[in-house]
Ligand binder design. Structure first.
Ligand SMILES: Cc1cc2nc3c(=O)[nH]c(=O)nc-3n(C[C@H](O)[C@H](O)[C@H](O)COP(=O)(O)OP(=O)(O)OC[C@H]3O[C@@H](n4cnc5c(N)ncnc54)[C@H](O)[C@@H]3O)c2cc1C
Length: 497
């Protein structure tokens, strides 16, 4: 008997939607979203997507070089060359086939902005809400395809390998549901919610990474977490609104508590140094001045420019009582992005048969130690498309039928012990925020392992809350273990010198 679906895609962000759209019309695709279809990091992306589309003023080699510099030369060169060479076609396809409305100059050429670490203006954007524009257009295109089915409030919580495919265990609006699929592509996004403050949306709890890890997939470089230097320093709320890098790209100055510029004292690239550098400089400056007060100043660009170029940031700051045409914007670093994830080859294939991953939950190696601004939407597009090549190739000559009876899912159990998620977030903030604290990581790992053990063996009821708490605890233990292994490796290397 045929499986319920040929391909199950967990995630309705840019990676999941673009993967779905790249399958042929006869492939039966199911796209899951844990909450609403548009609640994802893709929707929040502001600055834009980087691509060498202006070949007169830019060059593939420069984009590769900029990405290598930001990534500390630890990038996977093969994946990076694929990203840079193939990316422009995917990005232009968004405009030509999906109707994505990139900003244009008066001559109707796509206008490009600059962001930290880029040596050329190569960021295509839609004002300051590029992610929303792309996600909405991809969603509309995918919803018009008869071969693509959507299921929202549907959390994938387990995959059981069963011969030619998987049994997929879901919670749909907290109700158990089991279905079969031939292949699965995890596009479940990042892990921001493992920190107390993050720019990430509520779905970013690392579910896909945990699921892949539990299946035995190789997870790589999960400790490579990016902290964005300029999140809005709100007095309340876990989700921090981002003041896009493009604001500095358009000339905004970063000021300390004395309202003085300071970046030039640390790095010759000033405000446009890569994110990890700017975040570290802020923490050093905070230690020097004894104050965590920092500001961005874009006022000199004038009201008309600011309101036209950054309408969303303008409105959002106004809601917080800050008029960015007249006031300084209070900012501070917070968790933003994950460079590591489920290790994949250049076709998104993981080390588990029939399991693929794309987007922020995957590790393609393109970013190295630190992602260059606006390279992640590009990575999501390029490698999501490439997963469909490999799956489509396999579909032509593989028999895909799950074996054995459809598993029964039980949601019975006791109520989860409260406080685990808060404890995990505190552990992470103490152990690894901008610069690692290895003593706190050692102590935190013991605590996080105990929490994870409790979650796994405590007989708790199967709820989305439990699944997310387990994901956060799993991600935390992997990150801290990797961090401590890195420290030991460095110590051994120093000892040998
Ligand atoms: C504020 C902000 C600004 C950014 N700006 C930029 C930018 O300008 N340029 C750039 O290149 N990048 C930017 N990024 C990063 C970029 O947006 C993300 O890396 C990228 O969009 C990730 O896409 P994705 O499809 O992998 O994941 P997401 O878009 O996060 O989608 C994840 C999907 O997985 C689903 N999901 C999760 N767990 C489960 C589960 N268990 N079961 C079922 N579904 C599940 C979610 O419901 C969601 O649909 C920004 C990120 C943030 C947070």
């Amino acid at each position: 008997m045929k499986n319920d679906y040929d391909v199950l895609i967990a995630g309705s962000g840019v990676a999941g939607l673009y993967a779905a759209l790249n399958f042929a019309p006869d492939v039966r695709v199911l796209v899951l979203a844990k909450k609403e279809l548009t609640l994802c990091n893709s929707f929040l992306a502001q600055g834009g997507v980087a691509a060498v589309v202006d070949k007169e003023n830019d060059d593939f080699r420069l984009h590769v070089a900029d990405t290598l510099i930001a990534g500390g030369y630890k990038n996977d060169l093969r994946s990076l060359e694929i990203l840079v060479n193939e990316g422009p076609e995917d990005v232009l396809r968004l405009a030509k086939e999906m109707g994505v409305d990139f900003d244009r100059d008066p001559q109707h050429h796509i206008s490009m902005t600059l962001e930290g670490g880029h040596s050329r203006r190569r960021i295509l954007h839609h004002k300051d809400s590029t992610g929303r524009e792309i996600t909405e257009k991809l969603l509309a295109a995918a919803q018009s395809r008869p071969n693509i089915t959507f299921m929202d409030h549907a959390q994938l919580m387990n995959l059981i390998p069963a011969g030619g495919g998987f049994w997929a265990e879901l919670l749909v609006a907290e109700q158990p549901k089991v279905l079969s699929c031939s292949y699965c592509v995890l596009c479940t996004g990042g892990i921001g919610r493992v920190y107390p403050y993050t720019t990430n949306s509520a779905i970013a709890t690392g579910d896909g990474i945990t699921l892949a890890y539990e299946l035995g997939a190789r997870i790589k470089n999960l400790h490579l977490v990016q902290f964005h230097p300029t999140a809005f320093a709100a007095a309340h709320g876990r989700e921090r609104f981002l003041i896009s890098e493009a604001v500095r790209g358009e000339g905004a100055m970063l000021l300390n508590c004395h309202k003085e510029r300071f970046m030039q004292n640390y790095d010759e690239r000033g405000e446009l140094a890569p994110r990890d550098v700017v975040s570290r400089c802020i923490m050093q400056e905070a230690a020097r001045t004894g104050s965590e007060e920092f500001y961005l100043d874009i006022r000199f660009r004038g009201e008309t420019f600011i309101k036209n170029r950054f309408p969303m940031i303008y409105e959002r700051c106004l809601e917080e009582g800050v008029d960015i045409t007249k006031d300084l914007i209070p900012v501070f670093p917070c968790q933003h992005y994950l460079m590591g994830g489920i290790d994949v080859n250049v076709y998104g294939d993981t080390t588990v048969d029939r399991l693929y991953a794309a987007g922020e939950c995957s590790h393609t190696g393109v970013h190295g130690l630190n992602r260059l601004a606006s390279n992640s939407l590009l990575e999501a597009l390029v490698f999501a498309r490439r997963t469909t090549y490999d799956i489509s190739r396999r579909m032509r000559h593989e028999v895909s039928e799950v074996v054995g009876p459809r598993p029964e899912m039980s949601t019975e159990g006791q109520e989860m012990h409260p406080g685990h998620r808060t404890a995990i977030r505190q552990i992470m903030q103490k152990a690894w925020f901008v610069t690692p604290d290895y003593d706190a990581a050692r102590e935190g790992l013991t605590q996080a392992e105990a929490i994870l053990e409790d979650l796994r063996s405590g007989g708790y009821a199967l709820t989305t809350d439990w699944v997310e708490a387990k994901s956060l605890a799993t991600v935390c233990t992997i990150i801290l273990r990797e961090l401590l292994e890195e420290q030991e490796k460095k110590a051994r290397e120093t000892g040998r010198e």
